[in-house]
Design a protein around this ligand. Structure first.
Ligand code: BTN
Length: 254
């Protein structure tokens, strides 16, 4: 049985976020799906929801997110948010998680966590369609991190895992490392937007000054991010700001 640090996280976060709760469930389809269902039914109190196992984990762009019990950490943070501008939230979340994991963790735009060019984790942010009386919208911030090695079934590059960096790590200790800081950073984003995170993202930008190919075939060199979190790419046609999350970016073949 996993001993989750629910109380310690609650104690660190509750003073910042009135009404905050921590919930751990043995199994769910997806922590994001569950919190989006709750948002749609009007439950918008801030919550950190951890699933020991997900049966239908979801990734960005409609992909599946596979994880096994014990070898990964899967959680979502839901809270009402009212930033002046939402642009760059997912990059800010990536920077927060990376900083609190280990100095070697890099970010692959927009928000994959990378270790030595292999995927260590991913972030899926969803927002409920409605806006409350205070102008806030429910944000569901889902994080999946590989903790222990997993078989690389079907993947061209085997995924990375946190134990490569922190041999003693388990899902519970990693949650304790990242969750309270994530709440603080999301609240900081609500106040100040992406500007406060741009340098933090760039300090860990895995693509900086590297040859990249966009999903439409355009080739170029990645050159950091803009104030709104768009990826800046030098191409034959000049500097392009890539804002759409539909664009996939990958290092060009050597
Ligand atoms: C990606 O890299 O495509 C994003 C993966 C996000 C996975 C996490 S696991 C917890 C939360 N619940 C989900 O169904 N997805 C996110």
């Amino acid at each position: 049985m996993i001993r989750w640090p629910a109380e310690a996280i609650w104690e660190a976060v509750a003073p910042l976020l009135p009404g905050f709760t921590v919930e751990v469930l043995p199994e769910l389809d997806s922590t994001n799906s569950e919190l989006m269902r709750r948002a749609r039914s009007g439950q918008t109190e801030p919550v950190l929801l951890v699933a020991e196992r997900q049966t239908a984990g979801r990734g960005r762009l409609g992909r599946d997110w596979h994880s096994g019990a014990g070898d990964s950490l899967t959680f979502s943070l839901a809270l009402p948010l009212a930033p002046a501008d939402w642009a760059g939230l997912s990059l800010a979340v990536g920077a927060s998680i990376a900083e609190n994991l280990h100095p070697a963790v890099r970010l692959k735009w927009p928000n994959d966590l990378w270790l030595s060019d292999r995927k260590l984790g991913g972030i899926l942010i969803e927002t409920a369609g409605f806006v409350d009386a205070g102008g806030a919208r429910q944000a569901v911030i889902g994080v999946g991190l590989n903790i222990a090695p997993r078989p690389a079934a079907g993947l061209s590059t085997p995924p990375a895992c946190v134990r490569e960096l922190l041999p003693q790590a388990d899902a519970a200790s990693v949650l304790q490392r990242v969750a309270p800081a994530l709440v603080r950073d999301v609240l900081a984003f609500q106040q100040a937007g992406f500007a406060a995170f741009r340098l933090r993202f760039e300090a860990r930008d895995a693509l900086r000054d590297r040859a990249v190919t966009l999903s439409d075939g355009t080739a170029g060199t990645a050159h950091g991010v803009s104030d709104s979190g768009a990826l800046l790419v030098h191409t034959a046609a000049g500097l392009q700001a890539i804002a759409s999350s539909e664009v996939s970016v990958r290092p060009a073949a050597p």
